[in-house]
Design a protein around this ligand. Sequence first.
Ligand SMILES: [Zn+2]
Length: 506
Amino acid sequence: MAQQLGRSSLVRGKQVVVRAGVDNESSEVIFDGAIFQRNGVIEDVGDYATLKARHQADEEIGGPNFLVTPGLVNAHHHGRGITTIQMGTPDDSLEAWIVNGWARRPVDNYQMTLYTALQMLESGTTTVMYNHTSTPVATVESDVDEVLRAFNDAGLRVAFSVYHRTQNRVVYGDDKAFVDSLPADLGERVWRHLGAGTLTDDEYFGLTERVYAKYGTDPQSRIRVLISPSNVHWTSDDFLQRTKEWAQRYQTGIHLHLVESYYQRHYGTRHWGKTPLAHLDDLGFLGPEVSYAHGVWLTESNLRLLADHGGTVCHNASSNLRLKNGIAPVNQMLQHGVNVAIGTDSDGINDDDDMVQEMRLVSKLHRQPGIGAPDLKSAQVLKMATVNGAAPTFFEGQVGSLEVGKRADMALTDLSHIEEPYMHPDVNPVDAFIHRGKARYVDTVIIDGGVVLREGRSTRVNRSDLIAQVKESLSAPLPERVRETERMVRELQPHVEAFYTDWTQE
Ligand SMILES: [Zn+2]
């Protein structure tokens, strides 16, 4: 990405959020403020008049009607732009939904990643924790190249990992026993399907090693390479321990799903006699480098463990509702001092990777009933979507706030629409943004000092051309093998649902 090296800019806002705090009082903001950046690094932060007098910027961006925030960090995502609903997988309970999703048609990884990157940029996202799930063994290596090429072309910062899942792939129990219990013909088709998508542990480490060597070694680049056991019960204990060692060796992060559904929580009780997080603790797995997507069913004692060991919960409010997993205990997480970030999990409430809407959902969802009961302040939600996402993505010290020395990643939202036709003068712009903001009011997005979105349009990706290309590549009829998988999944689904009938909630 040509980042206009040597260029400087002065970015002005009605309010500049230098660093979001837990409430407006503890947030660091500057009214009629500005940021001066050169070569992608923030060199000065202060009031506009002072900075204007002090610096000769090549370009002035923004103005007195903009809210300038740190770029948003989408801390958990797998998306391809075209959503699961669009791909024919209706929202359902997670376990049924995953099996249904086996039947999705193959896609062009470059196009789809570019599309999701574009949608994220359009809602002010500058960094994404991207967890790659589609891993047909035959193409995974080139798929990874295509995904990262698209993020690079869009200009987005990415913490990348490939998801690894080798067990409990059909149900949470003994896959072999379960598949053997199916009608023979169905069982054969299920095994055939699973065989095409499974890397061995050694193959996975080989792949991750190569991806890391190719993309993950430059601390100044916009890519971080993390490692990802998909979930505690979806890989072996031996694999979990190897990922821990690997992450320590390369000083990088581990990203996994954890207790997303009740069934995942209950699996722990059935198989280890303890919670999944307690099992991870016994393996010596916990630590500040680990981030956990969902965490809906974390217990009080789990939260204490997490607070002691560090690490981040990546909260996916929309996805948790859509896949019938419940509401994560976010207020309790924060009360325990756990770092909580926000992700869309490619299943946002608007079905379009919109982080502005996701922040609003988070701000409403955790308002517990009653005077004095916990709720989330707008600043806290913005904090979760910015600075709290820096550590788990391994861009800590570079993104999440607009302090001197950090990378110049920011979003400018036009407040004139939000405040129209009237807004009480005392309403804080961050409150106005969280309660009334829309992705379409995000006017400008800057990453590494380069403008990647101007007047709501990507400076690097032509939206209508991209849509035309996606249409074209998906215009062919569904391949017969996708239809075959759909038939298999329809036959399999009642057996999967029956498997869980006695897993009643405690
Ligand atoms: Zn996920």
